[in-house]
Structures are given as C-alpha cells and as structure tokens.
Design a protein around this ligand. Sequence first.
Ligand SMILES: NC(=O)c1ccc[n+]([C@@H]2O[C@H](COP(=O)([O-])OP(=O)(O)OC[C@H]3O[C@@H](n4cnc5c(N)ncnc54)[C@H](O)[C@@H]3O)[C@@H](O)[C@H]2O)c1
Ligand SMILES: [Zn+2]
Length: 340
Amino acid sequence: MKELNIELKNNPYKIIVENGLLDNVGKYISDVYKGNKIFIITDDIVEKLYLKKVINSLGGYNVDYVVIPHGEESKTLKYYVYVCEELLKKDVRRNNLLIALGGGVIGDLTGFVAASLYRGIPYIGIPTSLLSQMDSSIGGKTAIDFYNRKNILGAFKQPLRVLIDPLTLNTLDDREFNNGMGELIKHGAIGNKKLLDLLLDKPKINEDIIVESLSVKKKVVELDEFDTGERMSLNFGHTFGHIIEMKYGYKHGEAVAIGMLMALKMGIDLGVTPADCYPTIKKILELYNLPTVEYDYKEYLKETFYDKKNIAGTINFIFLSELGKYTIYKLTEEEIKEKL
Ligand SMILES: NC(=O)c1ccc[n+]([C@@H]2O[C@H](COP(=O)([O-])OP(=O)(O)OC[C@H]3O[C@@H](n4cnc5c(N)ncnc54)[C@H](O)[C@@H]3O)[C@@H](O)[C@H]2O)c1
Ligand SMILES: [Zn+2]
C-alpha cells in the first residue's frame, strides 16, 4: 500500500494506492466518512466489471447507485441533470457521500454534481482508468462539456479521498491504456526524471509508477490549487497536441505524445532544450506504443495563436530545460517570426 498526501490549506486529502484495494473500500473510507448512506456513480462498462465488488466491500453502509452510459457524451448537461434527479429521487442528503467509480468522465461529472448539489456534498474518487488514476482524479477540477466546448461548466471541488486499485488496469483496452500513458510520460518529462528512468525498462504499470506520476501532479496542484500559474506546466505537449488531435482524430494521450515531440523540437531549435531529451522521450513513447509520427512544428505555429491560452498576443510555451524539468517560455507572434 502506498499513500500520498495532497497538502492543500483548506482541503488536504489522502490518495491510497493498493493492488486489490477494491475489496477494501469500506476500510479506507471509515475514517473520513462517519455517515451511513453512500451513492456510487458509475458508467455501464465499469458497472459490469467492478460495481458488485465495491458494494460488497462496503458492508455496513447503506449503498445505492446511479449508472450512466460510458463515454465523453455523458459529460454533459443531460447526464448532469439525470444524475442529480436520480440522486434526489433516492432522497440524497447534503451530508451523504458520493463515490465516483470509473474513468475521468465519471470523475469530472460526479465531482461537479458533488460541487453543486446542495452547494456541496462530500465525494470520494475511485478512478479505474489509467488516465484517471494518474491524472484527472486529483487536483479538484470538475466539469462537464457544454456549448460544444470541453470542460466549460465546472468548479473546483477537492475529494475527501482518492482510492486507486492498479489491478483495474488489467481490464482496460489498449487504446484507453495508451491514452493514459501519454499523460503519464508527460509527468515524467516535466517533473520526474526517476519516472523516466523506470519507464525505459518498460515495466508493467504498477503501484510505484502510479505514485511517481501522481507525485508530479501533486506538487503542481499544491503550488497552484486554482490553476493560475504553475499548473500550466501540465500543458507540456498540449499546445501542438490539441491541434493535431482536432486535425487527425488521435486520442488525447496519443496527440499529447506527438505534441511533446513537437515541443521538444521547438525547444531544441530555440536553444532551451538539450538535444538529447528528444531521443529519450521518443524511445519511451515507442516502448508504450504511442505514435511518434513527426509533424513539423513550424507548420502549426500559426494555429497556436488561436489557442485559448493566448493572452494578449503572447503564448506561454512549456519546454523541457532538461529531462524531468520544465520551463515556461513566453513568445509573441513577432518573436516567433524573428527566431524561427
Ligand atoms: N479533471 C481533470 O483534472 C482532468 C484531467 C485530465 C482529463 N480529464 C477528463 O477525463 C476524461 C477522460 O478520462 P478517461 O480517459 O478515463 O475517460 P473515460 O472515463 O471515458 O474512460 C475511458 C473508457 O474506459 C472505460 N473504463 C474505465 N475504467 C475501466 C477499466 N478499469 N476497465 C475497462 N474499462 C474501463 C470507461 O467505461 C470508458 O469507456 C475527459 O473527459 C477529460 O476531459 C479531467
Ligand atoms: Zn491532457
């Protein structure tokens, strides 16, 4: 069993990572939740795989649940309303506990319900996809998509606790797994050289790797709970990645893999990134079957200025200053024309 403490002034909480944890959920929530009623929110795929197991591990509690269809289409107003209605029909009270059992979609939606219903209900995350275990389950960002825009309606709401069972990764299909790997490798690139060294041996993703990856996000979240500065570092590979994702239909984590390679090339050309960072990151991406197609970043620079992160004509690019360290580099459109 491994533990990480997210040290936030008003909302500190613990993340527990343990193989087989799903059989012991009750044990790991009893010290943070003194009530009896629990509502689990999950999707139809995770329901079939793990709901029974989790309910069985909650002996002594009064447990009910709401199931929604899987996929990003459920992170919408329609399912926000559905979940709230179902909970109210089941007589949810503001001091009951919600559990988000599933991937990032369930985590983001449940978190937003927990942030808004009764102006706030406690919730616990049990992330089951790789992406949600090493990324979206911590940091307190909750949201739904609206008006054709991702994560546009949301709130910051930290969970009471996060419980991670790496054994759930065994049922994840390859593409969903890779999706998480893109962000996991990104965490190593921006904040944890040790994680990169471990990945070079291509280990099976286990408790240790998840904790190393989470430790990067933990640091950033502790420095910047409300996303006004340091959290920007998590966008490494995303400025180009988003463009590639939209244009060629890659999954998010795959596009981040390609976007990181583009950012590495640009950093090298600007003299910010040492040249040997590129082959190391590329090798790790290849080891985990992520795409490493080379797109010329110069052809996409113009589009970066339409990015939502464009503030008054300046883009904050995230580059590596060495493996495991990032730097924020501001560039205006004019400077880009001059330098590149
Ligand atoms: N809040 C944040 O900080 C944050 C950060 C990154 C991403 N996100 C959000 O996370 C979402 C993506 O998360 P995701 O990739 O987990 O998507 P997801 O929740 O859709 O899960 C992917 C698929 O895997 C299935 N699944 C989940 N666990 C499984 C398991 N153990 N075995 C088999 N199948 C399983 C799900 O049913 C789903 O079909 C996006 O909406 C994104 O915006 C949020
Ligand atoms: Zn991302």
